[in-house]
Design a protein. Structure first.
Ligand SMILES: Nc1nc2c(ncn2[C@@H]2O[C@H](COP(=O)(O)OP(=O)(O)O)[C@@H](O)[C@H]2O)c(=O)[nH]1
Ligand SMILES: C[S@@+](CC[C@H](N)C(=O)[O-])C[C@H]1O[C@@H](n2cnc3c(N)ncnc32)[C@H](O)[C@@H]1O
Ligand code: SF4
Ligand SMILES: [Mg+2]
Lengths: 619, 408
């Protein structure tokens, strides 16, 4: 008999012991989305004809980049021993930028499928996600995926996995998300091994928000996991951290399209619609309760998203500024972590200082602004947040190098992270060398097997967030993986390096860097700008300076000739058209004092290889 | 590959001009340019609209039939410009290599122009010439027929520079040809090119000295422009030949000014020097000072009373149009007042007399003081005769000056 359930259980009337809430956790590309697709198909919630790859990864950008940004929850029926169960699969985002959202998704589950590519073995995100799952007391089902690959070594990695979580190698299931082998046994095991949710059905309602998404037609769609009591349509609900109350206009489950239901009871997962238009009114991590009969305590674990990386975003065409503001206002509705405030740059005009969770978040926001709102943008070099202690005891939070106080300052603190790096043991030296160059402190090292080690480091966030991963990959021939999480801050010897054109600082190029790296940064920027800025009618010195001290200098020599001295006969139209083209080109020039800098020079100097980017393919 | 035509509106098949343009005729000197689109070989740097005979094939336009085709366009010009067309003050045969036509054909075309519009008593009649393609007899025929001037493509006196330019002429022939032209009673100009990859400063000095030694009446010195679509352009793009350097060209321009000045030649346009005012090329001056002219020949450009137009490029297409009684014009522009102003600033600024300050718009007047302060415009000339006149530095940076006068 087919294990596909004949009749799915009714939401609201599902006994908690027939519910299994689980997530799939994996290193990127180990096959999480593919496995989820297969589950949708095998449980019958998606018609085979409607099936498309990465069914749950909804946003275009996600689909193109093959990454999961927003989590989703799907309710699937599954029959074991003639009993129909309800499985809620919660898809978690897989990137360090979204660790907080991952942790909330995990908190909504009782168990996790730990998926490991049988051709790759354990990677850094496997570990990071596993630790997060263990912190949330989840039961773990170890699974080796992609066993259909000729290069798969399921036996070998079963050993590794077993050692890691303390089970027997035989306990590791072997599946192929691609072909479907082993997926039915996996679903059975989820039912048999994972604990059912427990909660008090008679207590005041308490449900945790693990995702909150803005939908153009419906307003904010809030995903919740009910812990105690139940939620019902038309009642008023209270957000315990913000104290806001809303009417529950609609309640439902995702299967995998939204299905309206009569309510949600203990252990159930579903969505709420209240008509609010801004995800800030329905925040991930918050507890939803009944307004007339509120729970005594929230479920805990709520914290405000904290931007880690800041960058200035400017429209290339200054007249697009209002459009940029509107676009950010719109994106904000769907992104509780996005913060921004207007800022002015002498060089770039009017724009915004925008805070992001990390580089991927930055790239996604930027790409959406350009793609969905048709804007052309320049972004300044991203920076982390610094705390500068002044002699009078005041503390300044610096999110933009231009706010860095001039003159003498006391301590400067920078954020640090705890990084986990996994690499074949032959690369230990290379990894150590890299981490040392990035001001890292080794915390510990463990051999996962004879040939693979886990190294734990404290590293300044500023050293890791921009190009560290690329450097790591190239030093380990692509074999290392990386994960990290915030770990407070530390005092460091930091300075602000200014870049001056003809004696005028170009605010967009200022950067806060460690003292030992100031010279390299200065030199890199001045030589780059020397290539990028066209010659002017006068000599233009380009300098890098710390305060009044010049640390690097280049000169753009004065242009001596621009006239076209060739015989053009009577073809005057051609000459005039050249002039008209220059007129148009002039609009794309920015003035720094008397120096004309083409937009392209700013873009090229800022979108650079040395100080940013590269994080998107983190593995 | 010859240079591309500009974009414009289609020109009417009749060649007809707007009434206002025809009415304006006579307010500026009127000239005729005759383009002769043939060369025996194509020089590596050249993107002028010219073809070798092998490129054209046997049944297309040819040197033998070209004069008749040109005369057909002159007939069209008389119809279009009407009975009030002014007398011609200057004629310029350019190319290509006009001297690939028989001297009698060149004279026949000139006769046609004279018959059509009348030729002023003191008219300047020039032909460009390749040093290899003229003889004394040839030049005498021209002089007798009414030609007054010949412009010789010398380019350089240094063999390795001529090689890089792929000039095939024999350097010794330049002196012979110039002497012959003088003997025939013609005024002489020579063209030089500077900035060729591999040309040293002493090489350039050698060419300047050699040109001066010929005692021509007029010298043009052009900075080498690497044009897309030429053989030189491809070599530079592939990195086989280094691109000319602006700084090097600036130094060479300054050397030219110094050496030519010392030899008695004064600049009157950015790239042109003449012994006396009478030795300047009046035809070319017309281009720079808003004159009217009819350009005869494939790809030739014309200007009459604020209308610019240009002919189809290919000699065969050109001949076919005229043979079918249709105007060879391919496109045209009816200039707006703003465009005419921009052009006037752009062109007049290149001349030794510069631009009257009173003709400038307010933003242009405002810019003058800054140009003087930056050493780009001459101070005294701005006071009297109240003109913006380029300094030596300003001549090299004329594009900057134009941008500042037009305030962008
Ligand atoms: N051969 C094989 N390839 C798989 C399997 N599962 C996933 N893949 C491939 O691995 C890549 C990453 O899969 P995806 O599901 O997007 O991984 P995610 O990043 O963990 O969501 C894709 O190219 C999949 O087609 C499998 O079981 N076998
Ligand atoms: C229209 S061309 C024809 C002259 C004639 N066919 C000859 O080459 O002797 C006139 C002059 O333009 C100059 N010239 C042609 N191509 C040039 C280039 N790419 N850069 C600078 N000057 C150029 C040469 O000095 C040439 O003598
Ligand atoms: S001879 Fe003159 S027109 Fe002909 S290809 Fe050479 S430079 Fe050009
Ligand atoms: Mg995925």
């Amino acid at each position: 008999m087919s294990p596909m359930a004949r009749i799915a259980l009714e939401p609201h009337a599902t006994p908690p012991d027939l519910i299994r809430n689980f997530c799939i956790i994996a290193h990127i590309d180990h096959g999480k989305s593919t496995l989820a697709d297969r589950m949708l198909q095998i449980t019958g919630v998606v018609d085979p004809r409607a099936m498309r790859a990465q069914y749950l990864d909804r946003m275009d950008i996600e689909r193109e980049r093959g990454i999961t940004i927003k989590s989703q929850a799907v309710r699937m029926p599954w029959e074991v021993d003639e009993i129909t169960y309800c499985l809620n699969m919660i898809d978690t985002p897989g990137h360090v930028d979204f660790t907080y959202e991952v942790s909330r998704s995990l908190a909504a589950c009782e168990g996790a499928v730990l998926l490991v590519d049988a051709a790759q073995g354990i990677e850094a995100q496997t570990l990071a996600n596993l630790y997060l799952a263990m912190e949330n007391d989840l039961a773990i089902i170890p699974v080796l995926n992609k066993i259909d690959l000729p290069a798969a070594q399921p036996e070998k990695y079963a050993e590794e996995l077993a050692k890691l979580i303390g089970c027997q190698p035989e306990d590791c299931l072997k599946v192929s998300g691609k072909s479907g082998i082993g997926v039915e046994p996996l679903l059975n095991k989820i039912v048999r091994d994972l604990p059912a949710p427990v909660g008090d059905p008679d207590a005041p309602a308490r449900a945790m928000i693990f995702d909150s998404v803005y939908d153009t037609y419906r307003g904010v769609v809030t995903y919740v996991r009910v812990v105690d009591g139940n939620l019902n349509p038309r009642e008023r609900i209270l957000m315990m951290s913000t104290k806001a109350t809303h009417e529950l206009l609609e309640i439902g489950v995702i299967s995998p399209e939204p299905v309206v239901c009569k309510g949600l009871g203990v252990g159930e997962v579903g969505y709420l619609i209240t008509g609010v238009k801004d995800v800030r009114q329905s925040r991930v991590g918050d507890t939803v309760t009944n307004a007339s009969k509120p729970g005594a305590e929230d479920l805990g674990g709520y914290s405000d998203p904290k931007p880690m990386v800041f960058s200035g975003l400017y429209p290339i065409d200054g007249s697009d500024y209002p459009d940029l503001r509107d676009a950010l206002d719109r994106l904000k509705l769907n992104d509780a972590a996005l913060i921004y405030e207007p800022e002015t740059s002498v060089a770039l005009g009017f724009g915004f200082r925008v805070g992001f969770l990390g580089m991927l978040h930055l790239e996604i926001v930027r790409e959406r602004l350009e793609r969905e709102f048709d804007l052309d943008l320049i972004s300044t070099l991203p920076n982390v947040v610094y705390e500068v202690y002044l002699d009078d005891g005041k503390v300044i939070t610096v999110t933009n190098p231009s706010e860095f106080p001039a003159g003498k300052v006391g301590d400067i603190k920078e954020p640090v992270v705890r990084a986990t790096i996994l690499a074949p043991s032959e690369f230990i030296g290379a990894v150590m060398e890299l981490c040392q160059a990035r001001r890292g402190t080794l915390l510990g090292m463990d051999y996962l097997s004879e040939e693979r080690v886990e190294m734990r480091y404290t590293l300044p966030l500023a050293e890791i967030v921009f190009d560290f991963f690329d450097a790591l990959k190239s030093k380990t021939r692509g074999y290392a993986s990386l994960d990290y999480e915030p770990a407070g801050d530390q005092v460091a010897d930091l300075v602000k390096v200014d870049i001056l054109l003809q004696g005028e600082a170009v605010d967009a190029f200022s950067s806060i860097v460690h003292k030992d790296k100031a010279y390299a940064y200065g030199l890199m920027m001045v030589s780059k700008l020397r290539e990028l800025i066209p010659r002017q009618n006068f000599e233009v010195p380009i300098q890098a300076a710390i305060g009044a001290r010049i640390i690097a200098r280049e000169t753009i020599r004065a242009m001596r000739k621009d006239v076209l001295a060739k015989c053009y006969g009577g073809d005057i139209s051609r000459k005039r058209k050249l002039l008209e083209k220059q007129k148009v080109g002039k609009k794309r020039m920015k003035m720094v004092g008397r120096v004309e800098v083409p937009q392209e020079a700013f873009i090229a100097a800022l979108s650079n290889d040395a100080a940013s980017g590269g994080d998107r393919t983190k593995k | 590959m010859p240079s591309a035509l500009p974009e414009g509106e289609p020109a009417p098949p009749s060649g007809e001009l707007p009434g206002y343009a025809v009415k304006a005729l006579g307010s500026a000197p009127f000239g005729v340019y005759v383009h002769v689109p043939f060369c025996s070989v194509r020089c590596g740097y050249c993107d002028f609209n010219t073809y070798t005979l092998t490129e054209l094939g046997v049944d297309g336009a040819s040197t033998g039939t070209y004069a008749d085709v040109a005369l057909r366009e002159i007939a069209l010009a008389t119809r279009v410009l009407g009975p009030n067309a002014p007398t011609v003050k200057s004629v310029f045969f350019g190319g290509g290599t006009p001297t690939l036509l028989a001297a009698s054909d060149l004279v026949r075309v000139l006769d046609g122009i004279r018959a059509a519009f009348g030729l002023a008593e003191d008219a300047e009649v020039t032909t460009e010439a390749n040093p290899d393609s003229v003889t004394l007899k040839f030049l005498q025929t021209l002089a007798t027929g009414g030609f007054t001037r010949v412009s010789m493509g010398m380019q350089s006196a240094v063999p390795h520079v001529l090689d890089t330019l792929e000039r095939t002429h024999d350097p010794d022939n330049v002196a012979t040809s110039v002497a012959a032209a003088k003997a025939a009673g013609l005024k002489v100009s020579v063209d030089l090119i500077y900035g060729t990859p591999g040309e040293s400063l002493p090489d350039w000095r050698t060419s300047l000295d050699a040109a001066i030694a010929l005692r021509p009446d007029h010298i043009s010195a052009y900075a080498l422009v690497v044009e897309e679509g030429t053989k030189l352009g491809a070599q530079v793009r592939r990195g086989q030949v280094p691109a000319p350097q602006d700084d090097d060209e600036a130094t060479k321009y300054e050397l030219a000014e110094q050496v030519l000045g010392a030899a008695g030649y004064s600049w009157y346009e950015v790239s042109n020097w003449a012994r006396t005012e009478a030795d300047r090329c009046r035809h070319n001056e017309g281009y720079w000072s808003d004159g009217d002219w009819w350009g005869v020949g494939p790809g030739a450009h014309s200007h009459v009373g604020g209308v610019r137009w240009w002919n189809v490029k290919h000699p065969n297409a050109f001949a076919a149009r005229l043979n079918a009684g249709v105007s060879p014009a391919a496109g045209r522009e009816l200039l707006t007042a703003d465009q005419r102003y921009d052009e006037r600033v752009l062109l007049a600024i290149r001349l030794v007399d510069g631009l009257p300050i009173d003709d400038l718009r307010p933003e242009g007047v405002t810019a003058v003081a800054g140009l003087i302060a930056d050493g780009l415009a001459d101070g005294p000339s701005a006071m009297r005769p109240r003109r913006v006149v380029l300094t030596l530095r300003g001549r090299l940076l004329a594009d900057t000056v134009v941008r500042r006068l037009l305030a962008f």
